[in-house]
Design a protein around this ligand. Sequence first.
Ligand code: ADP
Ligand code: GLC
Length: 493
Amino acid sequence: MKKILFVTSEAYPLIKTGGLADVSGSLPIALKGLGHDVRILLPGYALAIAAGHFEQVKLLHGDGEIAILEGLLPDSPVPVWLLAHAQYFGRPGNPYLGPDGKPWSDNPERFSLLCHVAVETAMDRLGLRWKPDIVHCNDWQTGLVPALLSDEPGRPATVFTIHNLAYQGVFSYETFVRLRLPNRFWSCQALEFYNQLSFIKGGLVFADRINTVSPNYAEEIQSEEFGAGLEGLLRHRRERLSGILNGIDADAWNPATDPFIPTNYDIDSLEKRPANKTALQQAFKLARDDGITLMAWVGRLVQQKGIDLVIELLPKLMQMPIQLVIVGSGEARYEQILLHWARLYPDRISVKLGYDEAIAHLIEAGTDLFLMPSRFEPCGLNQMYSQRYGAVPIVRHVGGLADTVADANATNLSLGQATGVVFRDATADDLFQALNRGFVLCQNKVLCRKVQRAGMSKDFSWRQSAQRYLELYELAMADRLTADSLLQITAST
Ligand code: ADP
Ligand code: GLC
């Protein structure tokens, strides 16, 4: 049995902005199910405290009053420690962004505090009487942990998972000074990145093992196109870099039992699925028509996800007999354009801005086609939810999308393996061709059923991937970086 401290900045259902929360709310449960002692450390955001049952187990002093609250991840046996700090985490709203849509200005202080408390927890210096074998860190908000732990004698092994390399936690030199990080970290072989402080480099340089959330993205990030300036470092550490495909919470995302959808169904009762399409059309005030092809989007409205490509295609799409529903939030310019189009075509396009978990489930259960034309996609979860729900995903051949969706080409169709439509280039033309192929597929009920069934038969659960994480933990523990090996890494980067 391994003891694992899972450090993360979001975990469903306590707090969620995207896929990191889904992973943090399901991988620990899978590891626990395999007999391991896994505990989550998460900032005590006001929303998170309100979403569970927690009691204070420690009061620490430092920069303001810091408390550790203890409870369980709701509906699970996984213990959670919340790091409560009224000034840094007590505010309502998004964990990273203020009401103006810009990052909170004290984010470096907030997540540096998380990292310091993670180190104290990992070294069992908080009196919690538990010392992990492994500290599993996720994304830049936890990046300082492997760095700060690196020269602690008797430290646990560290694993750093990249969920999205585009977010790096880069701040000024003044911030580095203000955070009172050890001077030796101010080096391009440590946390310095082009004269700035990079949180993510703490994970990439110092973790015993690095992984990302799909095998394909693990390769892609070693190239200039996807490496976001860190490709050299990642190539250098490729012996310790791997890709493990995310799993999904197969209980929360199960059309046979999903409480968010009006009509449950499974692979053997697909004829019941259209009732959800009707409910979806009704919820979005579109004509209730089973014959019309329904396309949907759930996700962040940012360039990464290719929403601009969809917007570019709207004039052409409106020439086709289709309906489009969009749920998401993100950049104001995309939100405004989408609202404008919804006003122009109220019976064809319906847009809900904001975050709505229940509607996300209804969309997977009701839509014919699910759009994910991402420019890059470390893993992506929605395309897996779509396949499980019998919605046909339209995805770009990139990152985890390429690893999880099999194109409906002649070969895959004849082998019964096609589960979606895959296109190559991030252009409106390529996306349009893919949408057309999806549209034609929907017209052919027999073929479409075949694709739906192939998707619904796939196993996207954590079963295999949780096992792969355990293997990764073994490797991290077996060849923990020593101060000497770190010198070698940093000397040649
Ligand atoms: P990312 O983490 O890059 O945003 P993923 O596909 O990994 O992308 O995960 C996104 C998760 O967030 C999915 O569970 C998706 O359903 C959910 N999601 C994103 N936007 C919304 C929204 N507006 N309403 C409800 N759920 C959303
Ligand atoms: C990130 C990525 C997404 C991935 C998620 C969970 O938000 O953008 O592709 O699925 O993390 O790992």
